[in-house]
Ligand binder design. Structure first.
Ligand SMILES: [Fe+2]
Length: 198
């Protein structure tokens, strides 16, 4: 039996041309723009630089496709911060419940696909110590509230010495400067402007 279709079918989009046409939207302070907003999932195009050191932990998956330039996606795996270099043309997948923090240098553009969260589902904003990788702060939100409160919650964390000091090694997790570039040697290193820690 045929199921009733919902929504209209759009014409295909040439992603390179679309990026050119919306180039201004990928610059700070906006940084991102929706490509599709479906019932099940949404697709965003996101530019750099960003300036944040919070990790996001959700019960859903996340898919990356890097269109222009190289970024670093930090994840927490086995209690350690892992820096994944995602180069132009590469694709990356984050399973559910893996804390992650994309670090985007200026001039980079990438696609991110995420599932729409059902009401009542919670998600976390977390901060990890850059020195010993210990969890420093965990804020749990209802996903319905997270968009509105995300920025406030970050600012509150950075401003509060008690919250933002690692209880394990005493390192303060401060407000980061924008990502300047990603350095690739034996390790992948995030270089920020005006900040001492990545
Ligand atoms: Fe620490």
């Amino acid at each position: 039996m045929a199921t009733q279709s919902t929504g209209t079918v759009q014409k295909p989009i040439n992603i390179r041309k679309w990026v050119e046409d919306h180039r201004e939207d990928f610059r700070p302070p906006v940084g991102n723009k929706y490509l599709y907003r479906g019932e099940d999932f949404f697709v965003m195009v996101i530019g750099g630089p960003n300036a944040r050191n919070d990790f996001h932990k959700t019960a859903s998956e996340e898919y990356f496709f890097q269109l222009e330039g190289d970024i670093c996606v930090q994840t927490i795996e086995d209690g350690q911060i892992v820096n994944h270099l995602i180069q132009e043309g590469e694709t990356f997948f984050i399973p559910p419940n893996v804390p992650h923090a994309p670090q985007r240098p200026p001039g980079t553009v990438g696609v991110v696909v995420e599932r729409n969260r059902p009401p009542g589902e919670n998600e976390h904003q977390q901060f990890y110590c850059p020195d010993c990788h210990e969890l420093v702060w965990d804020e749990e939100f209802d996903c319905g509230d997270i968009v509105e409160h995300f920025r406030d919650s970050m600012e509150a964390f950075w401003a509060d010495p008690e919250r933002s000091t690692c209880s394990h090694c005493g390192t303060r997790v401060g407000k980061p400067g924008p990502v300047e570039r990603i350095e690739v040697g034996e390790e992948v290193t995030i270089i920020r402007s005006g900040a001492s820690h990545s």
